[in-house]
Ligand binder design. Structure first.
Ligand code: EPU
Length: 366
């Protein structure tokens, strides 16, 4: 593993150093003005951007940084647009990562390392890894979005998180103009969290992500709903493909397809509360859904809290709460970002008044 790592880091540095030399005089990028963004965000909000650039290489970013009229604009880095709420038109430059490609870069007796470009579709990438006989990402099947956006919130589902198979990533730093490589520890992954939501927010553009697949794969059936689905299918020793199919079936049953109903998946994070607060809530609400954590805190199911407040299936104007999962807000047609946020605020207040628990919005609000 160490051998692959060292080789990998120096290869990444070499590639980008060559690029730097090739682009000593950066070309002027093909900027689109007044770009509609409705088709580029899965909530389907009709907003636009003052300027837009499809980014297919590091050279595009270098050119933006070198151009004074572009480098001073507010920036929005866009992947699949599946974790984004556009509260108004964006008065700045949208950098839309569209770079494609995925490749096995190295292997030894224990691990295979795969590198994917940021603009790759996440689910298509997961299916590709399974077809390469590289199990590991199956529990993360069908999560909307792009490979480059996945580390930002450390995407997770059905007992698995991106960080479990993450190796390293390469990003362009707008502050310094440098291309940097971060390993797993440096990314400081947490629950729907990473360094890209903190120190590197508004500064880093993730260009490519590498994953490490151990040869000793074991199915992860720790999430009871997935384990139940597998046994309902009569599977005793499921393959990674079979797990992927089961995850896809559960998601189809519970979560709206963004191609049909605008949504960004879970709208709130599941909140953490102290042991004593959990105890008091459990006494009052014996059905409370909660998950004890290793650090002694307790994670509550935000969907359950919102459901108990009677929001499931309800609407406020064109913004609604999904009929099958109260954690998912939906665009019933023509909702603005402000409509969605108004509904989110009403839910936030109801949960706070009833349970004394503060919900935090999961997607990025612009
Ligand atoms: N619940 C209700 N009513 C609801 C929704 C949920 O009572 O309307 C209860 C369920 O019965 C269950 C518990 O709440 O006992 C948890 O629900 P679920 O299994 O659907 O998972 P979740 O905690 O609501 C999280 C992730 C999802 C991920 C699922 C499966 C977050 C914020 N959300 O949802 O991720 O798919 O677990 O692992 O952690 C996303 O991030 O966009 C996302 C969809």
């Amino acid at each position: 593993m160490l051998h692959i790592l060292a080789e990998f880091f120096s290869a990444a540095a070499r590639r980008y150093n060559q690029l730097t030399m090739n682009t000593a005089t950066p070309r002027v990028p093909a900027i689109v003005l007044h770009k509609p963004l409705q088709a580029l965000n899965t909530l389907g909000i009709a907003a636009s951007a003052t300027a837009y650039l499809p980014v297919s290489s590091y050279a595009d970013l270098q050119a933006v940084r070198a151009d004074q009229s572009l480098s001073t604009l507010p920036r929005l880095v866009l992947g699949g647009g599946s974790n984004l709420v556009l509260s108004s038109n964006f008065d700045g430059l949208v950098l839309h990562l569209v770079n494609q490609g995925k490749i096995v870069v190295g292997e030894d007796d224990n691990y295979t390392i795969v590198r994917a470009q940021a603009g790759e579709n996440w689910h298509a990438f997961v299916q590709w890894t399974l077809n390469q006989n590289l199990p590991g990402l199956e529990n993360l099947s069908l999560i909307p979005g792009s490979v480059g956006a996945a580390p930002i919130q450390n995407i997770g589902a059905y007992g698995s998180e991106l960080k479990d198979f993450f190796h390293s990533l390469t990003y362009f730093d707008f502050a310094t103009g440098e291309v940097c490589v971060l390993d797993r520890d440096a990314c400081r992954f947490g629950y729907r969290d990473s360094i890209f939501k903190h120190e590197l927010r508004n500064r880093a553009v993730i260009l490519e992500v590498s994953f490490s697949f151990p040869r000793s794969w074991q199915p992860n059936l720790s999430y009871s709903e997935l384990a139940n689905e597998i046994s309902a299918r009569g599977l005793i020793t499921p393959s990674a493909f079979e797990i992927s199919e089961a995850v896809i079936a559960i998601r189809h049953r519970k979560l709206p397809d963004p191609a049909v109903i605008g949504n960004v998946g879970s709208f709130f994070k599941n909140p953490f509360v102290a042991h004593e607060i959990h105890g008091a809530l459990k006494e009052k609400y014996p059905q409370l859904v909660s998950y004890p954590q290793a650090d002694g805190s307790i994670k509550l199911a935000a969907g359950w809290l919102i459901d108990q407040c009677g929001w499931k299936g309800r609407s406020l104007g064109a913004a609604g709460v999904h009929e099958k999962q109260a954690l998912v807000l939906i665009n019933r047609g023509g909702a603005s970002g402000a409509d969605i946020l108004k509904l989110a605020h009403a839910i936030h207040e109801d949960v706070r008044l009833r349970f004394g628990v503060t919900l935090e919005i999961e997607p990025v609000v612009i």
